[in-house]
Write a protein that binds this ligand. Structure first.
Ligand SMILES: CC(C)(COP(=O)(O)OP(=O)(O)OC[C@H]1O[C@@H](n2cnc3c(N)ncnc32)[C@H](O)[C@@H]1OP(=O)(O)O)[C@@H](O)C(=O)NCCC(=O)NCCS
Length: 196
């Protein structure tokens, strides 16, 4: 169900956002209702939730403190309360394979490119265009860094994210081999690319 779009503000995150961001990331990646979980998984997640959240807070704080030149954390804020983050996205430089899967026989060279990670929208604020706006803003930042392409990983079973990325122009660049994940029953990761 699509909901009404609202005028969200996108800005760079600061240390005061860490608490909201850790809540959103933990909720989105460990307890999101978009993905089916069984009873035992839910009990376990509820139990470890504070520990996971604390770990995420530490990670965010260390990235904010690092002052790495090409790193950005964007947040979308509540329409009426600019201090409350409701979604986030991070960009860093990451080595990605230069060749697609079809060109694997040409070698496995890697090159550094801007890479999106930790895109998450609080469950209450989904389907209002927030992620789309964050992705658009990330392209503007990457252009300022002098790049014209972006990469990200997505799990093959993450339908909402796959639809989102397809809709804004991301294409499949390469995918992990089935043998990496099949023994553990884990979904594969697709590496997506957008050139602009
Ligand atoms: C994936 C996610 C970031 C999407 O955020 P969002 O703000 O709800 O996305 P948007 O409102 O910008 O949606 C844009 C388009 O993406 C697609 N989309 C988003 N969520 C969808 C869903 N649950 N089902 C189907 N399509 C979906 C739709 O095409 C949508 O356009 P529409 O609403 O006009 O139909 C959000 O669901 C989320 O935080 N999920 C958990 C964390 C996660 O999986 N992050 C991605 C890691 S790779």
């Amino acid at each position: 169900m699509q909901r009404q779009s609202l005028p969200f503000t996108i800005r760079h995150a600061n240390s005061r956002d860490v608490s909201h961001l850790s809540e959103i990331l933990t909720e989105s990646f460990y307890r999101s209702s978009d993905r089916p979980v069984n009873f035992l998984q839910r009990c376990f997640t509820d139990w470890v939730f504070p520990i996971l959240r604390y770990g995420i807070m530490l990670d965010l704080n260390s990235r904010f403190d690092d002052q790495t030149p090409m790193y950005a954390c964007l947040v979308a804020t509540h329409p009426t309360n600019k201090s409350q983050a409701i979604a986030s996205l991070e960009i860093c430089m990451r080595y990605v394979p230069s060749k697609t899967n079809r060109d694997f026989w040409l070698g496995r060279d890697t090159q550094q490119y801007p890479y999106i990670f930790n895109l998450a929208v609080h469950p209450q604020w989904r389907r209002r265009g927030v992620a789309k706006q964050l992705l658009h803003a990330s392209e503007q930042i990457v252009k300022q860094w002098g790049f014209s392409r972006l990469y990200m990983h997505v799990l093959e079973d993450n339908q909402p994210a796959l639809r989102l990325y397809d809709g804004v122009g991301y294409k499949l660049h390469s995918q992990e081999g089935t043998l990496n994940n099949w023994p553990l029953g884990r979904p594969r990761r697709f590496l997506l690319q957008k050139k602009f």
